[in-house]
Design a binder for this molecule. Structure first.
Ligand code: PMP
Length: 361
């Protein structure tokens, strides 16, 4: 069996131990005589899976008791609408910082539904940096301030959160979920699609302060998009994506065995340093994100020559390095080095980059 080093931005690499365990349990999940895919979401076995997943996530992230964990459907993109529909219920205003395509999409969706204000944008620099949060002024009347904490395409990350006072901060953490410890209490809502750092596609995890789950929402908000529906029904108003939740649960346990979020952060920093140190040591490649805003999850880089970039991607594939092509809005290459990417994978990439440089410089 040949496993490649998969640098996909998402769906992305999962821990091999998790995949093996899931394979072992495929035909008979712990004596039930069926796969988790086949069992009722109301069964005792599945109830234990979802409860344990939530408990492990709470433990990993240190989620305070006044926050709910919701497993919702429709990916992160559905949250672009759910967030304004559920939260724009006070002043009807929200402040958005646009630092890439994902926050831009979220802003557009909110602007369709209510009074969304663009507080800052880094589009002038093709989203290669995060706007300086110290220079921003937020509307104290806003129902929330919105950021995308790690922009997957441009490889930028907030290393400092905006100070929003009493206004709740809402963050899309899809591509940095569980990559490092965070202080949950700094946020009103933390959410993300799980298909990068947590599990297979199909779930958005929403961690929300209880007082933000209200009995109010924008007119015509569908039942399925209300946070209250998910909260009141233990994320099982309807059939949830059971298999995805099951794998997420296994990934949470895997993370605990890696020393929790501190342990995984240490490894993520080592992996990112390996790649960035090399990128900084050569003129052959350029890392496209502003140095001070670099992500340790997504690392875009270019040679500056589109033909050479294409050659790199093709030859990398032959060397067992998959999905390294950059997003079309940046071009070049992008290495997504999520939690489950082993350091050996990053080393293999750097070795390949060095060889390619010698052969093509
Ligand atoms: N936010 C971020 C930061 C993302 O990277 C993505 C997907 N790549 C999305 C939102 C959209 O996620 P989904 O496909 O689950 O809707």
């Amino acid at each position: 069996m040949a496993r490649v080093y998969n640098f996909s931005a998402g769906p992305a690499v999962l821990p091999e131990e998790v995949l093996r365990e899931a394979a072992e349990e495929m035909l008979d999940y712990r004596g039930t005589g069926m796969s988790v895919m086949e069992m009722s979401h109301r069964s005792k076995a599945f109830k234990a899976i979802i409860d344990e997943a939530e408990a492990d996530l709470r433990d990993l992230m240190g989620i305070p008791d006044n926050y709910k964990v919701l497993f919702m459907q429709g990916g992160a993109s559905t949250q672009f609408a759910s967030i304004p529909m559920n939260l724009m219920t006070g002043s009807g205003k929200a402040d958005y910082i646009v630092s890439g395509s994902w926050s831009k999409k979220a802003y557009k969706e909110a602007a369709m539904l209510g009074d969304a204000r663009l507080v800052a944008s880094s589009e002038d620099g093709n989203f290669s940096y995060i706007p300086n949060v110290d220079e921003l002024e937020f509307d104290p009347q806003a129902d929330y301030v919105y950021i995308c904490e790690n922009e997957t395409i441009y490889g930028t990350k907030y290393h400092k959160l905006p100070e929003t006072g009493d206004v709740p901060l809402v963050a899309d953490v899809s591509s940095c979920f569980l990559s490092e410890p965070i202080d949950v209490a700094r946020y009103g809502v933390i959410y993300g699609g799980v298909q990068k750092n947590v599990g297979p596609a199909g779930v958005a995890i929403v961690i929300i302060r209880e007082d933000l789950i209200r009995d109010e929402w924008l007119t015509n908000t569908p039942t399925m998009l209300k946070f209250k529906t998910a909260a009141d029904n233990g994320s099982m108003y309807n059939t949830p994506p059971c298999y995805t939740i099951y794998i997420c649960g296994k990934v949470f346990k895997w993370l605990k065995a890696q020393g929790g979020l501190k342990g995984i952060q240490r490894r993520n920093q080592q992996k990112a340093a390996l790649l960035y140190d090399y990128l900084d040591s050569t003129d052959f490649y350029t890392a496209t994100a502003a140095k001070e805003d670099r992500s340790i999850m997504n690392v875009p880089f270019v040679t500056g020559d589109a033909d050479l970039d294409a050659k790199f991607v093709a030859q990398a594939k032959e060397a067992g390095i998959e999905n390294i092509k950059g997003h079309r809005s940046v071009g070049g290459m992008r290495a997504s080095i999520y939690n489950a990417m082993p350091i050996e994978g990053v080393q293999a990439l750097v070795d390949f980059m060095k060889k390619f440089e010698v052969e093509n410089a």
